[in-house]
Design a protein around this ligand. Structure first.
Ligand SMILES: Cc1cc2nc3c(=O)[nH]c(=O)nc-3n(C[C@H](O)[C@H](O)[C@H](O)COP(=O)(O)OP(=O)(O)OC[C@H]3O[C@@H](n4cnc5c(N)ncnc54)[C@H](O)[C@@H]3O)c2cc1C
Length: 524
């Protein structure tokens, strides 16, 4: 591991990976263990030794903090004109170091539905299984009572198995000895798992090298004669160029906001955007920054239990319910509910209901639409990493999304008002008990517009597609069209957001990206 001050050796690399996040740590490690000389550039600091990252229950406190890029979604009428923060990890491990740690593979139809060679369920599933071993994915061993209550409530409502499943959640957090005779739940980010816990490269015959530089934001990819030749990045605040060996490749893994920014800074994008930003056209690709997708999440159901809820366990949740609406997007369950060992309320909902978040009796139920159809776009205003960008995700813009999420909200209100939560002495604080599943659409839609927020699953802004797809930025092997030696391997590459939390598909995509870049068979 190399920190910011020590880096900058004048040498060329087989691969420069930009962004040490959910995908980048996986790609960099896999390439290095197959013999490549790899440089991994991360804008943020190292995550090693940080208790806020390691403790599974601490992630909400990191939202908007020093490890966050601090971007937000632009206001829109569907969300009552509110600006919605979009947290993104700016630290080694990226958002896998700051996220909520739910591991959800999605459904076979998510991947088969992309209809791209090499990306079907049969290709992705083995890579998910591999990643689950590396990331020590496990379910809560001693779940919080509210987690158990969600599963029991679904069973009591007769909804278990009927087009859906409630279960203790799989997490990239594992129980570890706390040194005092108990256990504590600790995060397994991709930085921890792939950079620190896998066997050292020196122990692997034929492996190459991995140089990790933190605090070093990339500014652009150098392209000469239609081929990537290196990356310009800041080192101690000064721009330097790290070059590729002949035939080497740059892999952008900077996430769904910063990857399209880097493409534009490198001359890849819509010519109108490039002209506005003053960048000469290298490859005219109108799809860069289009196709922005995220799942809408409702943070609007908060209950007050008779007893205090007790210390936080696991990731502060612990159970999920996935089920199908009347008109799902695909064969997959499109609705999702999770519990929170705290209030579940946007600032607007909390204010409207005068919630006291410090009340130790509060728990919540989040409702998400995983089978969302709405799509939006982003507009880069400033090419500097983390600079101004207008993000228009189009949350709830599609009427079918509003109808499905309304159905999900009604189902969850029924659970909240049912016998299992009643047995815990639950009083509904938000929405007020006068709002029930029988309430008319207008009032529930008003709640929905105040409660809608990001599920943190931004993706799709440099999407792959078939050769004849004019909007595709990448070919099915993740190559940027029109530039040799440049690929994208992160959440930007998804053509359609899977019906799951996005880390699992990101890691599977990263594992496959490494296989495309350096197949096992050519390992040196
Ligand atoms: C608060 C939160 C909660 C979430 N909860 C869950 C969850 O429970 N389960 C789940 O599956 N998913 C969850 N997600 C989403 C999931 O973590 C992301 O989809 C996934 O990490 C995306 O991977 P990525 O590699 O595309 O981007 P990231 O993981 O965000 O990584 C991008 C990396 O690139 C770096 N970078 C950016 N620009 C530059 C540059 N110019 N130069 C160098 N480095 C750069 C960033 O600092 C970052 O480290 C959550 C996300 C957040 C933020």
């Amino acid at each position: 591991m190399v920190g910011p001050a020590a880096a900058g050796a004048a040498r060329a690399y087989d691969h420069v990976v930009v962004g040490g996040g959910g995908a980048g740590c996986v790609v960099a490690r896999r390439l290095a263990e197959r013999g490549s000389a790899v440089l991994l550039l991360e804008a943020g600091p190292d995550d090693a030794g940080r208790e806020d990252v390691a403790d599974a229950g601490s992630w909400p406190a990191m939202l908007g903090g020093e490890l966050d890029w601090g971007v937000s979604y632009a206001p829109s009428p569907q969300v009552a004109g509110r600006r919605i923060p979009l947290p993104r990890g700016r630290v080694l491990g990226g958002s896998s170091s700051t996220n909520a740690m739910l591991w959800y593979r999605g459904h076979p139809s998510d991947y088969d539905g992309w209809d791209l060679p090499g990306w079907g369920w049969a290709d992705v599933a083995p890579r998910l299984e591999l990643a689950e071993r590396v990331l020590r994915v496990e379910r809560p061993r001693d779940p919080h009572p509210v987690a158990t209550a969600l599963v029991d409530a679904v069973v009591a409502a007769g909804r278990q198995g009927a087009g859906g499943l409630a279960e203790l959640a799989e997490l990239t957090a594992a129980a570890e000895d706390d040194g005092a005779g108990g256990v504590r739940s600790r995060r397994w980010s991709t930085s921890r798992a792939y950079l620190r816990e896998l066997p050292p490269l020196e122990q692997l015959p034929g492996s190459g090298s991995l140089t990790v530089v933190t605090g070093s934001p990339a500014l652009r990819v150098e392209v000469e004669g239609g081929r990537a030749t290196g990356v310009v990045h800041l080192l101690d605040g000064q721009p330097v160029t790290s070059a590729l060996v002949s035939g080497g490749e740059v892999v952008l893994c900077a996430g769904a906001v910063e990857t399209p920014r880097l493409l534009l800074a490198s001359g890849v994008g819509d010519p109108a955007d490039l002209a506005r930003l003053g960048v000469p056209v290298v490859s005219a690709l109108a799809g860069v920054g289009r196709n922005l997708q995220d799942h809408p999440l409702l943070e609007g159901v908060t209950l007050r239990l008779r007893e205090p809820r007790g210390p936080v366990r696991d990731n502060g949740g612990g159970a999920v319910w996935n089920w199908r609406s009347a008109s799902p997007r695909s064969d997959a369950p499109d609705l999702h509910c999770f519990v929170t060992q705290a209030a579940c309320a946007t600032p607007a909902v909390a204010q409207a209901h005068e919630l006291d978040r410090s009340d130790p009796h509060l728990v919540g139920l989040g409702v998400g639409l995983m089978g969302s159809r709405s799509r939006g776009h982003l507009v880069v205003r400033d090419l500097a990493p983390g600079g101004a960008v207008d993000l228009h995700p189009g949350l709830l813009a599609d009427p079918a999304d509003r109808a499905a999420l309304l159905e999900g909200l009604r189902d969850v209100l029924d659970l909240a008002d049912g016998p299992v939560f009643s047995a815990l002495g639950a009083q509904r604080l938000a929405p007020l008990p006068t709002l029930t599943s029988d309430t008319g659409d207008t009032d529930l839609e008003e709640l929905m517009s105040l409660a809608c927020t990001t599920f943190f699953h931004a993706c799709g802004t440099a999407a792959m597609g078939r050769q004849d797809d004019g909007t595709a930025v990448l070919d099915p092997e993740l190559r940027v069209r029109g530039v040799d030696g440049l690929r994208v391997a992160d959440a930007s590459a998804f053509p359609t957001v899977p019906t799951s939390n996005t880390l699992a598909p990101v890691v599977a995509l990263a594992e496959r990206a490494a296989d495309l870049l350096v197949p096992w068979s050519v390992r040196r």
